[in-house]
Design a protein. Structure first.
Length: 327
């Protein structure tokens, strides 16, 4: 086929992108930016969770140390309780001894009151002899010594009872201090454990939400990519076939090169029509007229598409090679 018609202008008019393709590509860029932002957020949250894992190890080690202290304090508290029970029993025993000593002294005082103090004349008159007199004197001294021992015992028992009560009060105060310390340690453990759990749960919820958003963003981005590819393919097909003069069965730039988009009659070589069919080619394709230009544009389009064969028949047009070489 020979190049006829107006001279070929290689600076072809630029084709504007379809509005749909522009919108889809813009939305795709936004989707990619959002996906990147979400991926960065997920990565940062993952790093925070890793840092928290280190904090958890430190806190758990501290918790174990405090637990050991707590167990030690509890053992000490149990020892104090045992000592308190022993002191209570001791106080009870001392009170019993004090009561018995007091009864002995009372009995002795009652006995002395009833018999009265014997004078020396009565002792001498009633004595049966010198031996009896010595024995009676020894008896009097034993009674006096016993009275003094009873008095000392009562006084000592009272003092021991007061000391035991003082020790009891001291141990009670110590018990209260230890109990308060144990309670504070226990509260500290509860607070640390609750804080750890809250921080972990909060970060896990935040990361799960970001991951879910990231998955949705990825799905949206993939959908937009498919839409953009479809629109680009459609645009490419449109660019290839749509041009001046309407839609064409082959790339319109080849049509412009061959015929300028005009339905020319046969040239000196016999090529005619929009696509510059040679008579033999036109007949071989089953053209209904003797020359291609005599047929309708629809028939010419249909037979040109058959000859083009999706691009494998591009060699049937000289301008296809020229356009390809000129880019």
């Amino acid at each position: 086929m020979l190049l006829l018609g107006p001279p070929l202008v290689w600076a072809l008019p630029s084709l504007s992108e379809p509005a749909a393709a522009q919108s889809a590509e813009s939305r795709l860029e936004s989707a990619r930016a959002r996906e990147n932002a979400l991926a960065g957020g997920v990565a940062r949250l993952g790093q925070l969770i890793e840092d928290l894992a280190s904090d958890i190890v430190v806190m758990e080690r501290k918790r174990d140390e405090v637990q050991l202290d707590l167990e030690s304090e509890q053992a000490q508290l149990r020892r104090f309780k045992g000592a308190l029970l022993g002191q209570r029993a001791r106080v009870a025993r001392l009170k019993g001894r004090l009561a018995r000593s007091q009864r002995i002294l009372q009995d002795r005082l009652v006995e002395l009151y009833k018999t009265g103090d014997p004078d020396m004349v009565t002792v001498l008159v009633n004595a049966d002899g010198f031996e009896d007199l010595l024995e009676f004197g020894a008896f009097i001294r034993r009674v006096e010594r016993q009275d003094r021992e009873v008095i000392l015992l009562v006084r000592r028992s009272k003092r021991q009872a007061h000391e035991a009560v003082a020790r009891y009060r001291h141990l009670t105060e110590r018990q209260q201090v230890v109990t308060a310390a144990v309670a504070r340690r226990r509260d500290a453990l509860v607070t640390m454990a609750a804080q750890l759990q809250r921080r972990r749960a909060s970060l896990q919820r935040a990361r799960a939400a970001r991951v879910a958003s990231l998955n949705r963003a990825r799905g949206n981005r993939r959908q937009l990519e498919r839409e953009v590819r479809r629109l680009q393919a459609s645009r490419a097909a449109s660019v290839a076939t749509a041009g001046p003069g309407g839609n064409w069965a082959i790339p319109w730039v080849i049509v412009m090169c061959e015929s300028g988009g005009q339905n020319f009659p046969p040239n000196h070589a016999g090529a005619s029509g929009y696509y510059q069919f040679m008579p033999a080619t036109w007949r071989a394709l089953g053209g209904s007229t003797s020359q291609a230009y005599q047929a309708s544009k629809g028939e010419q389009d249909r037979l040109a598409a058959r000859l083009w064969a999706g691009g494998s028949g591009a060699h049937n047009w000289d301008c296809a090679a020229l356009v390809k070489r000129r880019g």
